[in-house]
Write a protein that binds this ligand. Structure first.
Ligand SMILES: Cc1ncc(COP(=O)(O)O)c(C=O)c1O
Length: 404
């Protein structure tokens, strides 16, 4: 008989990964607690307040008693608003029945895989990429097959050769993150078409994980795979309010796609969280249908930060900053600095830098297992949680230390 003192986690937990970026947060918090200044470039959280109209709607809903359970798939008003908004945005006609409301964008990843993937099925996923893909594929008994990115000119692009070599007869699922964490890459239209053709030809399920769809700076609309021929019927969109409306902690998102898959995802909701908070869902309706000036202001603020952080990093000898049009991440090649400072363990390099300068960031290892042949030092700067003035101070410290 097991007891608390003899507890050993169930075997399946051995295959569950984590978001190791949270460990970087813990390091940064511990350093700050000792009285040191920390410049937080590590986590994709936001220090921007949710637009007031959304907050007021949630408050009003709570006062009005909208504090009970809702249907597992979400309230009809929100499913309708999401279907309408995504239909307009993505050029595909979605009905409310094709929407399952979720507590955030993250739950869509595991639930989608539970719905479509059998044990032993192979899954194409980006690496570097959001670490939860790898974690959930492993945990649910799939076989992860990473594809990667390369720098062309000064832009990240999907490495088609790596997709080709990851393919096999057992490939069943493609995970695609068009506006990509951590590289900040915005997928090219012809790469999206190429991937869509592959998904059709190989009869793959597709997860279009799109948290940064609306976080872009050049005024153009983001490209999307789901509008291409043959894709809507094999694709689930992972939607979230987290980034567009600065609602990371509210936990509101949705799975949107073929009805039979969405119904399974809703059944998983019933078994898992039951439903998403009622008042949060009503705030989501306001986010989608109310005044959009708050969302525009968020992108404007992020754009100013991007410009400041890019120019601060570019001023450091040995740092190469690829161009980005979307997300709030910069994936930066610091091989020059790292080698100048003696190389060694990359986590130690990260910690030493934080302790000498206060600048905290994630490294390559936080975005999936290292791939064979990688020989450069990449780190990720997130600028969603730091104001321009503070970022500039941190980058000045960084320049001084890394050039010393
Ligand atoms: C690529 C990617 N997918 C999903 C998520 C999860 O989003 P949410 O915070 O809404 O759960 C994130 C969050 O950072 C992300 O970067």
């Amino acid at each position: 008989m097991s007891s608390a003192t003899t507890f050993r986690a169930a075997e399946r937990i051995g295959t569950l990964g984590t978001e190791t970026a949270f460990a970087v947060s813990a390091d940064a918090a511990a350093w700050k607690a000792q009285g040191n200044e920390v410049y937080p470039f590590h986590l994709g959280d936001m220090n921007i307040r949710t637009p007031l109209n959304i907050i007021e709607r949630a408050h009003e809903a709570m006062v009005d008693g909208k504090t009970g359970y809702t249907p597992a798939a979400g309230i009809p008003e929100l499913r309708e608003a999401l279907a309408a908004s995504l239909s307009t945005e993505r050029g595909v006609s979605y009905s409310p029945e094709q929407v399952s409301v979720q507590p955030g964008g993250k739950p869509v990843i595991g639930k989608f895989l539970m719905a479509v993937m059998e044990p032993g099925d192979e899954v194409l996923y980006p690496n570097p990429g959001y670490p939860i893909y790898e974690s959930q594929v492993d945990y649910l008994g799939g076989v992860g097959r990473p594809y990667t990115y390369y720098v062309e000119g000064n832009r990240f692009r999907i490495d088609r050769e790596s997709v080709q070599s990851a393919l096999s007869r057992a490939t069943r699922v493609l995970i695609f993150n068009a506006q990509h964490n951590p590289t900040g890459a915005d997928a090219d239209a012809d790469d999206i078409e190429w991937l869509a053709a592959l998904a059709n030809e190989r009869d793959l399920w597709v997860l279009s994980d799109d948290p940064y769809h609306d976080i872009r700076y050049d005024g153009a609309a983001s490209q999307t795979m789901v509008g291409l021929a043959g894709i809507a019927e094999r694709c689930v969109i992972g939607y979230t309010f987290s980034k567009k409306y600065a609602m990371t902690g509210w936990r509101l998102g949705a799975a949107v796609g073929p009805r039979e898959v969405v119904d399974v995802i809703t059944k998983l909701n019933t078994n898992d969280e039951s439903c998403t908070n009622h008042f949060v869902q009503l705030a989501g309706v306001e986010a989608l249908t109310g005044d959009q000036s708050g969302a525009q202001e968020i992108v404007h603020t992020l754009g100013e930060r991007r410009n400041a952080v890019v120019s601060g990093l570019c001023a450091i000898d040995g740092v190469v900053v690829p161009d980005t049009a979307a997300t709030f991440y910069l994936f930066v090649d610091v091989t020059g600095v790292y080698r100048r400072m003696g190389g060694g363990d990359q986590q130690q390099f990260r910690i030493d830098t934080m302790q000498k300068t206060g600048v905290s960031f994630c490294s390559r290892t936080h975005f999936g297992r290292d791939l064979p042949g990688e020989d450069r030092a990449w780190i990720r700067f997130a600028y969603s949680g730091i104001d321009v003035e503070v970022a500039n101070r941190g980058l000045a410290e960084l320049k001084e230390y890394w050039e010393s």
